[in-house]
Design a protein around this ligand. Structure first.
Ligand code: ATP
Ligand code: FE
Length: 335
């Protein structure tokens, strides 16, 4: 079974071809235009998707060495995401499926981040059901109990900012570029994580809150800069290490709690922030510390990509779960 996956929920235009469970190609066109604005500008994202989608799909087919007539279905991201961005992928997928007279499969982007763990990939084990998935990205922070491919429940999520925003907004306060997550990660390796202390938010149950951290960082920096105008430059690595340490602490605390409450020790992560080396290490440490078995996907399947849409499409195809041709994009689609 050959399926083409299309992803256009935010600022990356992506297409991938999957043959049964194996990814044959995984193409992503990143939009760099947003860097100048310090965040994604929806209208610019939508226009860039329109420019990118044809060449990106073309390249995915070419790299996979597959022609359109070989495809059995088209899978696309229905939501959640930016409406103007989703519309481009949705309309394109619909037209292509109609033109080729093959089924259309709608995919939930957040489900895709989780089901990316089921891509056949040498050296990577698939988590057994049930497992806990923590999806951490620029737009989401969730802990999901996954009982089966399509039976999953969100058991905890952020009540305000996503964890990626905590990285990016803290970075902005420090004068770093956008997105700041990778740079904070790099600097954190050179700094002392205990140099500065930021209080952790108190949120009931398994939910997260990150907006307080950004404010704490802002006030702390303002106060220190008043006393020493060069405070940030002189302590940048330590500040980054301390912020990252606080974020990791918040994530691991909730995961520990979720694991205890559900009795599930298989823990998977996904989403762009799971690229963070400190988070990966903390998760690995959980294996000896808390008896976890952890699953960290290949980097290219953690950030926004179409391979995860293609694998989800494949799993839905096997269940005969197809979309109607009048299906509409949905910006706030829930798991
Ligand atoms: P969503 O998946 O919720 O729609 P998105 O598309 O913005 O959101 P991703 O592309 O999955 O999310 O992730 C982008 C985020 O990941 C950014 O906030 C970025 O700063 C963060 N990020 C990327 N690499 C790292 C890293 N090494 N450390 C910390 N954060 C990182
Ligand atoms: Fe994403």
């Amino acid at each position: 079974i050959y399926i083409l996956g299309i992803e256009s929920s935010c600022d990356d235009t992506a297409a991938a071809v999957i043959h049964n469970g194996k990814i044959l190609s995984n193409v992503v066109a990143n939009q760099t235009i947003h860097e100048a604005y310090g965040g994604v500008v929806p209208e610019l994202a939508s226009r860039a998707h329109q420019q990118n989608i044809v060449p990106v799909v073309h390249e995915a087919l070419k790299k996979a060495n597959v022609i359109k007539d070989q495809l059995h279905a088209i899978a696309f991201t229905r939501g959640p995401g930016l409406m103007g961005s989703l519309l481009v992928g949705t309309s394109f997928a619909k037209s292509l499926a109609l033109g080729l007279n093959i089924p259309l499969i709608d995919v939930n982007h957040m489900q895709g981040h989780i089901l990316a763990h089921f891509i056949e990939e040498e050296g990577f084990n698939k988590p057994p059901f049930p497992f806990l998935a923590m999806t951490i990205s620029g737009g989401h922070t969730q802990i999901v109990q996954v009982n089966d491919y399509f039976h999953m429940t969100v058991i905890g999520e952020t009540i305000d900012d996503a964890v990626g925003e905590a990285f990016d907004k803290s970075g902005k306060i420090l004068g770093l570029g956008y997105p700041a997550g990778p740079e904070i990660d790099k600097r954190a390796k050179l700094g002392n994580p205990k140099a500065f202390k930021f209080t952790k938010p108190k949120v009931e149950g398994l939910n997260f809150s990150f907006s307080g951290l950004k404010t704490a960082v802002l006030y702390f920096i303002q106060k220190e800069v008043k006393a020493n105008p060069n405070f940030v430059e002189e302590n940048l690595n330590d500040i980054c290490a301390s912020i990252q340490h606080t974020i990791i602490g918040i994530l691991i605390d909730k995961l520990k709690r979720a694991s205890k409450e559900t009795g599930i020790t298989h823990i998977a992560i996904g989403g762009g922030v799971s690229a963070n080396s400190g988070i990966r290490q903390a998760l690995k440490d959980g294996e000896s510390k808390f008896g976890w078995t952890t699953y960290i996907p290949k980097f290219e399947f953690t950030t926004d990509n179409a391979a995860m849409i293609a694998i989800t499409g494949y799993l839905k195809f096997l269940e005969g779960d197809f979309a109607q041709s009048n299906i509409a994009a949905s910006a706030r689609l829930k798991i």
